[in-house]
Ligand binder design. Structure first.
Ligand code: SAM
Ligand code: SF4
Length: 332
């Protein structure tokens, strides 16, 4: 195994707009055991050229040397990788990486919650759109709701520093369950977050303002929290409201553009760097590594790609949806 370098490579890492990048999202696989209609084409087979655990650690170490402080593993479903604990251990051990997080559909968490915690994962974002078996089946196409609920319960007892529940809201599908999902999450000490559906697949979005109204009508008293500064390494696209029982978050890519405070850079499961969720590949890091590139050469490729990072996504532009990769390929 190659020894990883740890000396800083002249951080901070800035993009073309001067925004400082502190947050790396690594898609460790583009495969998934679910086929959510808004995320994955029914026939998505996945790529074959996935990075190895060692290659992910090499890429993350270069980003850590460039000032990245927070890493999230996503996918596809990251927990279907047989070497996910190895990946988590290697990344949690990197100097400079203060937070290691995972986004998961929770289907394998019943057995993995404890080993992931022990491997150094501190934060989990878990996805659950419905508490109804038949709705779950029609959204995920092949998921098992009971396994997901057992996985969420296992995680809730494991002492993670942060646990969030991601809910993608679709009109006429799960929008009537929003108050029940808030109660479900708060009963387990989890922060629910409602996401406006982005145009990667099927379904009709529900604007955040409408959800806030519905929660108030359902009797929740909601007080807005002050926004975190965009450049902090804990800041994200969500806005939070406080209720008597806990926080409720909203991610509103359609009705409230969050790009101004963007601090994140993405690497797809094949090693392509993507500076923006709504953009195209900009640096083939995998090929560079396999070609023997040094850390300095990788850092230069990253800086060049970020020099092209757009000011914001263009999901709402007419026709742009057709040019996007399936969400599974980039990891949300
Ligand atoms: N499989 C994992 C999961 O479902 O949590 C991680 C990958 S998934 C692509 C990451 C997040 O993106 C999930 O919370 C999912 O609900 C969200 N997502 C997928 N497609 C979306 C879409 N079209 N609009 C908004 N959110 C989406
Ligand atoms: Fe899989 Fe997550 Fe996409 Fe659903 S949202 S298909 S669980 S990657």
């Amino acid at each position: 195994m190659t020894e990883l370098q740890t000396t800083p490579l002249a951080p901070p890492l800035r993009d073309a707009q001067g925004r400082v990048m502190t947050y790396l999202r690594l898609s460790v696989t583009d495969r998934c055991n679910f086929r959510c209609a808004y995320c994955s084409p029914a026939s998505w087979g996945g790529r074959k050229d996935l990075l190895t655990a060692e290659e992910f650690a090499r890429i993350a170490s270069v980003f850590a040397r460039l000032g990245i402080r927070r890493v999230r593993l996503t996918g596809g479903e990251p927990l279907i990788r047989p070497d996910i604990l190895d990946i988590a251990q290697r990344l949690a051990a990197l100097p400079g990486v203060a937070h290691l997080a995972i986004t998961s559909n929770a289907s394998r968490l019943e057995t993995l919650a404890l080993p992931l915690r022990e491997a150094g994962v501190s934060q989990l974002n878990l996805s659950l759109d419905t508490l109804e078996t038949s709705t779950f089946r029609s959204i995920s196409r092949q998921g098992d709701l009971d396994a997901v609920l057992r996985g969420i319960d296992a995680a809730a007892h494991m002492g993670f520093a942060s646990l969030k529940l991601n809910v993608v809201v679709m009109r006429g599908v799960n929008d009537s369950e929003v108050p029940a999902l808030v109660a479900y999450a708060h009963a387990r000490g989890i922060t629910p977050r409602f996401i406006e559906l982005m145009p990667f697949g099927q379904g009709t979005p529900v604007p955040t303002a409408e959800l806030l109204e519905r929660l108030q009508e359902a009797g929740l008293s909601l007080t807005p929290e002050p926004e975190e500064p965009g450049t902090s390494d804990t800041a994200g696209p969500a806005r939070y409201w406080r209720t008597d029982a806990g926080r409720v978050g909203f991610i509103s890519p359609l009705t409230r553009n969050f790009c101004g405070g963007c601090n994140r850079v993405r690497v797809a499961s094949n090693g392509d760097l993507r500076s923006c969720l709504g953009g195209r590949a900009q640096a083939p890091l995998h090929q560079l590594i396999r070609g023997g590139a040094s850390d300095e050469e990788l850092a230069l490729a990253v800086r060049r790609a970020l020099g092209d990072k757009p000011e914001g996504h263009r999901f709402t532009d007419a026709g742009n949806g057709a040019t996007l990769l399936p969400m599974m390929g980039i990891g949300g």
